[in-house]
Design a protein. Sequence first.
Length: 531
Amino acid sequence: MKSKKTLAILLSGTFLTTSAFADEEFVVTSSYLNSLTSPKVTWSDTDNGGTAVNINGQNFYYTYTAPEEYTTSARVTGNFSSEDVYHKLFTDLSGNSQGGAIYSLASGVSGVSIISDFVNNSTSATGSATAYGGAIHVTGPADIAELTGAFVGNHSTATAGNVVGGFIYSYSSSAANASTIDSINGNFVNNWSQSSGAEGKFIHSGVIDNHGIINNIDANFIGNRAISPLSNITGTAINNMPLSGQFDSSGVIGSIQGDFVGNSAQSDSGYVQGGAVFNTGAIGDIVNSNFLYNTVIGNGNSKGGAIYSSKNLNVSADNGTSLFEGNTVNSESNAIYMLGTATGIVNLNLRAENGGSITFNDDVDGQYYYLNVLGDDSGEVVFNQKVSGAENIAIGANGVMRMGTEADINSRDFDWPLEENQTLKVDIEVDKANETVKSGLITLTGNVKGDYKVIVNSLNRDGYEGANTMFLTAPDDETAEDENFTVSRVIGSPYEWGAFRNYGGETDGSNWYLALTKYENPEVVAAIGLH
């Protein structure tokens, strides 16, 4: 699979750099989709006889073209070798309720590489039976070295039962019989799961339902979906879930890299969690992955427009981008929902390094979780909307946390006092005519601790005498002596700014302001140069 390109390159100017957030709303285009899936799957904006995928209210039409060297294959069952699944086209196959194209419960499948395309395969279960894997159903101790191809239009349906995996169902029968896939590479387009359902039934993913071990997923997921009137739905693209008592051998994914675009799940009365990814297991890292316009519609327990996780979650950008935009739950903005417990706090670790950026143009929410911003001083984690429910927000050594002017960040504490070289970058917009300064705000119900560098990033060059803005408020802070914010750099403004505690005259708690400290003739200051 081709290496990831930054969205700045792909969209020719929609983004400033990999370390900047979008000035305008992200727009999915057919050119962008083609950059992800060409050449086997091609996209157009107009109906050219292809199949439509709706992304953010617009239809994009795709067509699949099989390579000339691929030969059509019949359904594969039992033991099989790499030769049986090399350069094959599995299409329009049905496996009743078990694996439309491949069905294997055998221990003889070891080290097999599946390099084939799967198009419009299906499973269908009647009555209360469960439908397993629209294209592939494997149960441990099967060991698959590689699964590579184009995976288009595969689906799994049930009349009143459960559905597990619109494309693949991978299951570990026991700790000693783990189902293992070393790598999954390719593009998943318009795969789906559907159940007429019954209350209390479930759908596990419209694409990948993993109860085994997958070491690496390097794939794009576009326009996949899961639908039911009554069933609960988890993970439209990926459902990662351990079996009881088998955490080390099931529900494990080493790393995920790819773009998740326009995936959707809807239950009329059940809950839906994870518009792209649902995780109650272990995921090592989600790196350089963009989550765009994934949607969740369900009852009041529905959460996680892009990702839902009840375990530690690592999201990173390493010389690339991880952008969250347009993800919703019941039409409300939400990128990630983290769910821990009072005795089991979970961590949302966000790491940006080597010039990479993680940008949230959607809300982040949850319960009993810590949000940790990590990095190497060259990347940044950008919040442009609301963060809620965090027990603590921390910036680690060399981490850079950036607040857009619309950022509304809420937590109990803001605390990582043992680290050094922690940076808070604050965007400000000065309105000289009305003498106001706009910035994001961190609101704490507890304490703030630590020694922070502040970068003032002015979005214009205006200034006025007395210009100031509050960027952090902790009215009940009891540890004021353990905190300090110092402006280390000003970008985009010819004026000097400083950080001051209780600048507005407050006598209790900690309220930190950025204030213009020296206002001179702008022509004179500009001649001196920017900081």
